[in-house]
Design a protein around this ligand. Structure first.
Ligand code: TXA
Ligand code: MG
Length: 364
């Protein structure tokens, strides 16, 4: 499995060159795996109509077989053959497609069981990224694609993240630079009378309400018989370091503990806005997310990775998975990440952060 040489194809993210994409598109069609950028995160694609190709996604990722995959299409016409009915709710939500939205609908017979993990529904999405859309178009097939990370690791938002997890395990990686949103799509079940948000994302509950006229149900508060996204039950987004969440109210207590840990030789990474780092009164070594450069001292230290000047869920969401990987690569024992109000895009950011975190300020 690790004997492959992964071919990295660098393309222009806005205007990908057909000549460069064609070998990857042909490989996809034949049944090989191709990692590619979308506006949310990098996906690990396979021809959704070939069960063997789909099986290799599960093998390469180490993904549990009961966790179904999203099928990606280039345009609305590609969606129809995959589902038994485009419900009125789904029709309204097409307003956000292409975009960071996945719809769960009753499946058609065309979709192999492996893709849906045996469910009678299928998740479909139309990415809003020129590279993803052109690659799917050129392949001429619907593309099943989970996030291109090893199962349980943070989703990849840059090409090097994919290589970190899958180099030598996949034949092709299309490198289109960093992803715009950095958090995975909103997954909405639209099979019933109300939209049910199974995974929050950049298409927010308010946006869904605005086009459907119906308040979406959030998975946590949904009736027990409403289907859930099976993937949400697994521990996710986990870097090697332990992760704790900090905010303005817990900042001072956590800062005191961090100082103690540093003097005991521990390496701490802080992911926050400038304001929170200032308020915590920590003196950290700044890490440049673009170069991943930092001066690494031999003993205890604190590294800071700043996503912006003020609290901002959109910017924090864009940078989170990259930050977890960078702070891991600096050998941090503990990562402290900023908690934000779980509203709007903040609910997607906090959903991912809570899954990555295993500590609070008491257990730190
Ligand atoms: O932004 C994204 O959605 C990215 C890019 C690559 O498109 N993909 C992605 O896929 O995040 P993945 O496999 O990492 O997450 C898919 C989620 C899982 O939580 C899975 O359980 C849920 O969607 N899902 C897939 N099919 C489903 C279905 N039929 N019913 C309920 N949930 C489903
Ligand atoms: Mg994933």
């Amino acid at each position: 499995m690790c004997s492959l040489k992964t071919i990295v194809i660098r393309v222009d993210a806005k205007n990908p060159e057909d000549t460069l994409l064609k070998p990857a598109a042909e490989a996809l069609k034949k049944g090989e795996l191709v990692a590619f950028p979308t506006e949310t995160v990098y996906g690990l694609g396979a021809n959704a109509l070939k069960p063997d190709a789909v099986a290799s996604i599960f093998r390469v990722k180490g993904r549990p077989a009961d966790n179904p995959l999203i099928v990606h299409v280039a345009d609305p016409a590609g969606l129809e053959p995959l589902v038994s009915e485009v419900t009125p709710l789904a029709r309204k939500l097409l307003a956000f497609m292409p975009g960071p939205l996945t719809l769960v609908l009753r499946r058609s017979k065309q979709v192999p069981d492996l893709v849906t993990a045996g469910l009678d529904t299928v998740a479909v999405r139309m990415p809003d990224h020129p590279v993803a859309r052109r690659l799917i178009e050129l392949s001429g097939v619907p593309v099943a694609a989970p996030s291109a990370n090893r199962s349980g690791r943070p989703s990849p938002t840059q090409a090097w993240h994919v290589l970190q997890d899958l180099d030598g395990r996949i034949p092709y990686l299309v490198d289109g630079g960093p992803c715009q949103y950095g958090l995975e799509s909103t997954v909405v079940d639209v099979t019933g009378p109300k939209p049910v948000i199974l995974r929050p994302g950049s298409i927010t509950a308010a946006m869904i309400l605005s086009v459907t006229g119906v308040s979406p149900v959030l998975q946590d508060t949904a009736d027990a018989d409403v289907p859930r996204a099976p993937g949400m039950k697994y521990r996710h987004y986990a870097p090697k370091a332990r992760v704790a969440i900090v905010d303005e109210s817990t900042g001072p207590a956590i800062a005191a503990k961090i100082r103690g840990l540093i003097s005991n030789g521990k390496r701490i990474g802080v992911f926050a806005c400038e304001r929170l780092i200032r308020e915590m009164g920590l003196s950290c070594i700044p890490v440049d997310a673009h170069t991943e450069k930092a001066t690494v001292p031999a003993d205890g230290a604190c590294f800071s990775l700043v996503y912006g000047p003020e609290p901002d869920a959109e910017k924090a969401g864009q940078a989170l998975f990259d930050a977890l990987r960078i702070l891991d690569s600096l050998g941090c024992d503990l990562i402290i990440a900023e908690g934000l109000p779980a509203e709007g895009i903040g609910s997607a950011y906090m959903n991912r952060l809570r899954k990555a975190a295993c500590l609070d300020e008491k257990t730190l």
